[in-house]
Design a protein around this ligand. Structure first.
Ligand code: NAD
Ligand code: GLY
Length: 368
């Protein structure tokens, strides 16, 4: 088997620490799973799109380690990130007689990863799990840091748990089959890391965006590595989001309102976050925190990445009111007061409340 250089980023969380392995052709390399806890059985959780592409390769690699490797294939889509779908995982685990040492493997994007992590957190009060992310978004963000869960019709990711994986295996080769729209969605979360933590990385993304969009292997490897390094730095200081970690939600307050308001799955999560970052940048400007030219710079980059920069209309009668109503459900809201992640244009972010009238003006200016 050809050996590709493996980049390794560590998540430092004491006894819950784990490595993120990043390389081409990792998925079917048994050595990648060498340090996974011993067990007799493994369960691969994937979906109907990813299964035919990659499940057999992962099954083969795990066959060397586990006496039995089971597979459960979920329906594909954000609209299936629900209790009903989660139950399919529990049904399969119980049907196969899986015990509390069984290791779950999340093979797919963020939807599969979030649901598998939540299943692992709750099955028999907790079994080990491994993230094998196959979208750019999942490799740079959702597979790392231990946020797991499902959506509720009234709010995004409202039910879940903090539960860390044992290992994250990012096979860059899987990104070759990703639809272009999904690649762009992943770039939203890559771009996010610039304004909140690393302006040099923002410069790098601007310079290398065309290479990323044509899936240049070297550019993608660096984007995944640097994104994971920044996320590891944040999560290592604030695992359960008592403060700093909230900056990773830049763009997400507006973005989650878009996803829930339109109905899950209409806009991709990354599309909603891309547009949400532009809206949050405008709000930061209205609060006097960031210069107008930085807002323009960020909007231009989001647009070049193939993402929307104008928010959708969520209500014909009172669009801004509907956004506000949905954003009051945000997990960062306190006592009904929405708290936004805002930026200052020099790679730092903070949390602020803003007057409703100002938020309304921003929404009116940013929606088509
Ligand atoms: P997704 O999981 O829906 O995957 C996107 C699409 O790509 C799906 O249709 C999927 O089947 C398909 N796909 C996956 N890998 C593929 C491949 N290699 N080739 C071809 N098709 C492939 O979406 P996503 O963007 O990966 O994740 C979004 C989800 O992640 C949202 O639910 C969001 O809330 C969650 N999220 C969680 C965190 C966290 O910290 N836990 C962070 C960010 C986002
Ligand atoms: N994606 C936000 C977080 O992990 O905290």
């Amino acid at each position: 088997m050809q050996i590709h250089p493996i980049r390794c980023v560590d998540i430092a969380l004491g006894e819950r620490s784990y490595p993120i392995l990043i390389a081409e052709a990792l998925l079917d390399n048994p050595a990648a799973y060498r340090d996974v806890p011993n067990a007799t059985s493994a369960m691969i959780v994937t979906n109907e799109t990813v299964a035919p592409l990659y499940a057999a390769r992962l099954e083969q690699a795990l066959g060397a380690r586990f006496k039995s490797v089971h597979l459960v294939t979920l329906p594909d889509g954000e609209e299936y990130k629900t209790w009903q779908t989660l139950n399919l995982v529990f049904d399969a685990l119980l049907r196969h007689g899986c015990d509390r040492k069984t290791v779950l493997f999340a093979l797919g994007g963020g939807v599969v990863g979030d649901m598998t992590g939540f299943a692992a957190a709750s099955y028999m009060r907790g079994v080990p799990f491994v993230q094998v992310p196959t979208t750019l978004l999942a490799q740079v963000d959702s597979s790392v840091g231990g946020k797991t869960g499902i959506n509720h019709p009234l709010g995004k990711n409202m039910v879940g748990a903090f539960y860390q994986p044992q290992l994250v295996v990012c096979d860059l080769g899987t990104l070759k089959t990703l639809p272009q729209r999904e690649l762009s969605a992943g770039l939203a979360e890559v771009i996010k890391y610039g304004p909140i933590a690393d302006m040099a990385f923002l410069d790098w993304i601007e310079t290398n965006l065309d290479a990323l969009l044509r899936r240049d292997a070297v550019a993608l490897a660096y984007a995944v590595q640097r994104s994971c390094e920044i996320k590891a730095w944040v999560v290592g200081q604030d695992e359960r989001e008592s403060g700093l970690r909230a900056i990773l939600n830049f763009g997400h307050t507006f973005g989650h309102a878009i996803e829930a308001g339109l109905g899950y799955g209409k806009w991709l999560h990354g599309e909603a976050v891309g547009c949400g970052m532009v809206m949050a940048a405008h709000l930061s400007h209205a609060l006097g925190l960031v210069q107008a030219d930085f807002v323009e710079r960020l909007s231009g980059l989001v647009r070049r990445a193939g993402l929307p920069i104008k928010g959708p209309c969520l209500s014909d009668s009172d669009n801004a009111g509907r956004y506000l109503e949905l954003m009051r459900m945000d997990k960062k809201a306190e006592g009904g007061e929405i708290r936004f992640v805002v930026i200052d244009g020099s790679s730092s972010a903070s949390m602020r409340a803003a007057p409703d009238a100002m938020v309304r003006q921003v929404i009116d200016a940013c929606c088509s």
